[in-house]
Design a protein around this ligand. Structure first.
Ligand SMILES: Nc1ncnc2c1ncn2[C@@H]1O[C@H](COP(=O)(O)OP(=O)(O)OP(=O)(O)O)[C@@H](O)[C@H]1O
Length: 583
């Protein structure tokens, strides 16, 4: 995560999202000013009503004044409608745009970023923080703007109505502003803390529900309930302090402003008795004073919300400006498409950024010809998966290079590099949608016919046809209704459909029964047909018929050759083979 952005930066960031809607912002501003202006004009109407109509007993003037005041009220109401509509619309729009911008950014971050974050926490930022922002931009901000304009205009009108009374009332202003400044900062910090705690709850919930099977199998419910209870308690604690300061802020502001209004009323009444000002002037003045006091009270209430939103925006902003070195180094060059590319890895050394002192891959040199099948074998933690990560440009090497078709992939865009690879991961990924959409994930413009052909080649069509809705069957979250072998065949069909020149296969270690295994093997053979394939092999039985086996140990290629050659000439490989009863 980056350092916390300042309030000024956060407001600048939010305003940048309003920029595309200048017209709406402009009309909302006009409506806001017009609305406030009409309510202020009403005070003058009241003064005339009392002095020229009521006290002088002229019924004609009274009727005219009532008509005029009704007209003012109508204009005020129409302006209020437009202000409410436009500002709420802008609030919804801005928070939707912020969600889109942050989501776009998240999609482009490397897996390294996500290893260091909790998904539940990111989801919470999306839901809780963006929703808070939406309410605030859509409601509190409009109330704050309206109250500021009303308070400012009200003070001017107070000065205009009775300079002496206004000057007296203005003594209260610093008393009212001081608590806003003092408590406001505290409310903002506590609000951020509160949102952090809510995100913690989100992260815990996400993890527990995703792993519910393990939670229940290990009868871990009691511990989870306790842990969750603690997290909820800290949300409540953080909220309690925030609520306390917010309430205190509202009370202090209200007390000062109402006390000021009362004292000024008393002084004003004395002025009327002494005939220094008229009754109409005093009434208008008090109308403005109450208006200013309630505007300031509203302001003090919503300022807490606005500061909360600044806290929430900080958290969204951190996501949008998350540090990712790989993105900074994304070049615009495209890797040219070529179905017969040679892969060359030269003097490659690599360590993970969070563990820069432990080299994971060291001095790897390797050339893979088009259509060749290469298996990577070796002990756990040797660096096989890491090599896949580098081929897919999820990380850049510390030194050396990977080239495809004689182009260094570190000089090419992520998209153009990744388009060369079809991946079948160790754990098949199934999305909560239909079989058809799951396979079509490999190539989103494929027709049903093409999807079916891929499924037939992957030996998946046979079980798909027996599902209740065939290709339209919904597979549920993580494909819980399929067996391990069936999931693998769906993943293989997806890779076949994608028809990319290089296949990266991380062979599943899960034990399949003999029938299922032979079907998966046939599916894999079909998939590898005519493609350059690199296979991480956990079971040596499956790599007997590859072109070349590379033995990876401690991040280097320690031996290479056929199975028989390695059994005869390499001690480590022989032991691996013996363990699997293959000698
Ligand atoms: N994201 C990471 N950050 C830091 N170190 C990592 C990361 N991923 C893997 N490693 C380390 O890199 C080394 C190689 O891991 P890698 O996953 O490439 O091994 P592997 O040969 O694929 O193992 P396995 O056969 O068990 O999957 C290990 O020591 C591992 O702890």
């Amino acid at each position: 995560m980056t350092a916390k952005p300042s309030t000024k930066k956060v407001l600048g960031w939010i305003i940048s999202f309003l920029a595309p809607y200048k017209k709406k912002v402009f009309f909302a501003g006009i409506a806001l000013f017009l609305g406030s202006a009409t309510w202020l004009a009403l005070g003058q109407g009241i003064r005339l009503f009392i002095d020229s109509g009521f006290l002088s007993g002229e019924s004609d003037t009274l009727s005219h004044l009532v008509g005029l005041m009704l007209a003012i009220v109508m204009v005020g109401c129409i302006a209020t409608f437009f202000r409410a509509y436009l500002v709420t619309w802008l609030g919804e729009r801005v928070s939707a745009d912020i969600r889109l911008a942050v989501f776009n950014r998240l999609l482009s971050l490397s897996p390294h970023y996500f290893q260091e974050q909790r998904t539940g926490e990111i989801i919470s930022r999306f839901t809780a923080d963006a929703t808070l922002l939406q309410t605030v931009v859509g409601m509190s901000l409009s109330m704050a703007l309206r109250s500021s304009v009303t308070a400012f205009g009200g003070i001017i009108m107070m000065l205009f109505t009775s300079f002496k009374l206004a000057a007296l009332a203005l003594i209260a202003v610093p008393l009212v502003l001081a608590p806003i400044a003092i408590f406001g900062k505290k409310v903002k910090t506590l609000a951020r803390d509160s949102q952090d705690k809510v995100a913690d709850v989100g992260a815990h919930l996400d993890e527990t529900l995703h792993e519910i099977h393990t939670v229940q199998s290990y009868t871990h419910e009691y511990q989870d309930r306790m842990l969750f209870g603690q997290r909820i308690a800290s949300v409540m604690n953080a909220a309690e302090s925030r609520i306390f300061y917010r309430s205190l802020l509202i009370t202090v502001v209200m007390a000062f402003s109402l006390a000021a209004v009362t004292l000024v009323s008393w002084y004003g009444a004395l002025q009327v008795v002494q005939n220094n000002i008229s009754a109409g002037e005093l009434t208008a003045f008090l109308f403005y004073a109450v208006m200013v006091a309630s505007a300031v009270a509203t302001l003090s209430a919503v300022i807490g919300d606005i500061l909360r939103a600044v806290g929430a925006s900080e958290r969204m902003m951190e996501l949008q400006f998350a540090n990712d070195n790989l993105i900074k180094s994304q070049p615009a060059n495209e890797l040219s498409d070529n179905p017969n590319s040679t892969i060359e890895i030269s003097n490659l050394c690599f360590s993970y950024p969070n563990d820069a002192l432990s080299p994971v891959l060291q001095d790897i040199n390797l050339t893979i010809k088009p259509g060749e099948r290469v298996a990577l074998v070796g002990p756990s933690g040797a660096g096989k998966s890491t090599l896949f990560q580098l081929l897919l440009r999820f990380y850049l090497p510390n030194s050396g290079y990977v080239s495809i078709n004689s182009q260094d992939i570190s000089q090419c865009s992520n998209e153009s590099v990744r388009k060369q690879f079809a991946i079948v991961p160790q754990e098949s990924v199934i999305f909560a949608t239909s079989v058809f959409e799951n396979v079509r994930y490999g190539r989103t413009d494929a027709t049903l016919d093409e999807v079916k052909k891929a499924c037939i080649a992957a030996r998946a069509d046979e079980f798909i046809s027996s599902l209740s809705d065939g290709y339209e069957t919904q597979l549920g979250e993580r494909g819980t209704r399929l067996s391990g072998g069936q999931k693998q065949r769906i993943a293989i069909a997806r890779a076949i459909l994608s028809n990319r020149p290089i296949l990266l296969l991380d062979e599943a270690t899960s034990a399949l029964d003999a029938v299922s295994e032979s079907k998966v093997q046939q599916a894999l053979d079909n998939l590898m047909q005519g493609r350059t394939s690199i296979i991480i092999a956990h079971r040596l039985a499956t790599v007997r018929n590859v072109d070349r086996i590379l033995l990876i140990e401690n991040g280097t290629i320690s031996a290479s050759g056929s199975h028989d050659y390695l059994v005869a000439n390499n001690e480590t490989y022989r032991k691996l083979a013996e363990l699997q009863l293959l000698t």
